[in-house]
Design a protein around this ligand. Structure first.
Ligand code: G3P
Length: 215
């Protein structure tokens, strides 16, 4: 399973990259807005830190506007993946990006039907938002299971990029289902390391070592 970091924050990206676990980055307009700086400059800086797919999202909502914005973003670096919303215009733009050799991440996917459409449009990544489904009392992981089945049935090349991840259990369950990518906030990566028995075990090893007179 590939791990992407879901942030536009340079400090978080540098810290996560130093862990050696990051295969790519996803951003969205909300995450970019938090950084209060020039969008394209920020994306360029991210491409200089991370050697992997970096999703940059368009904010136009019409096909032509999305296409123009996305082509412009794609010129920042070959690793830029244009992120478009799961709408009819988004999928029309997706088909055009694919014809231009530009990779697309279709975002805001909340149903299996939408995931099927994203794959048929030729998206490189489909981003189902599981945390937001959990928030409204639907089991987000059920959607991942459905998409895995559908994509396997038809050998779609579109990768399932599990998004809106809120905790380590989301990652474990998505991995058990065979999802291709999990994109997560830095706080969730930190939680993946944690286990009280690791902390207690290490403390005991070190205190035994101290008491031995360090041999
Ligand atoms: O980048 C898309 C997604 O991961 C957003 O997550 O936590 O805002 O639902 P969240």
């Amino acid at each position: 399973m590939k791990f992407f970091l879901d942030t536009a924050n340079i400090n978080e990206i540098k810290e996560a990259v130093a862990l050696g676990l990051i295969d790519g980055i996803t951003t969205n307009p909300s995450l970019v807005a938090r950084e209060k700086r020039d969008f394209k400059g920020l994306m360029k800086e991210i491409t200089e830190i991370v050697d992997g797919p970096i999703s940059a999202e368009v904010v136009a909502t019409d096909e032509e506007g999305m296409f123009t914005e996305g082509m412009d973003l794609s010129k920042i670096h070959e690793n830029i993946v244009v992120k478009v919303p799961m709408t009819p215009d988004g999928l029309k733009a997706t088909r055009r990006f694919v014809n231009e050799g530009v990779r697309v991440n279709v975002t805001l996917v909340f149903s299996a039907a939408q995931a099927l459409l994203a794959a048929k449009a030729g998206a490189s990544y489909c981003s189902p938002f599981i945390g937001r489904l959990d928030d409204i009392a639907q089991v987000g992981m059920d959607l991942i299971q459905q998409i895995v089945t559908i994509y396997t049935n038809y050998a779609f090349q579109t990768e399932i990029l599990v998004a809106s991840i809120r905790n380590p259990v989301h990652i474990i369950e998505a991995a058990q289902l065979g999802a291709d990518v999990a994109t997560m906030p830095f706080s969730v990566i930190q939680k993946l390391f944690k286990h009280p028995l690791t902390d207690a075990g290490l403390a005991k090893f070190l205190s035994d070592w101290e008491q031995s007179g360090k041999l």
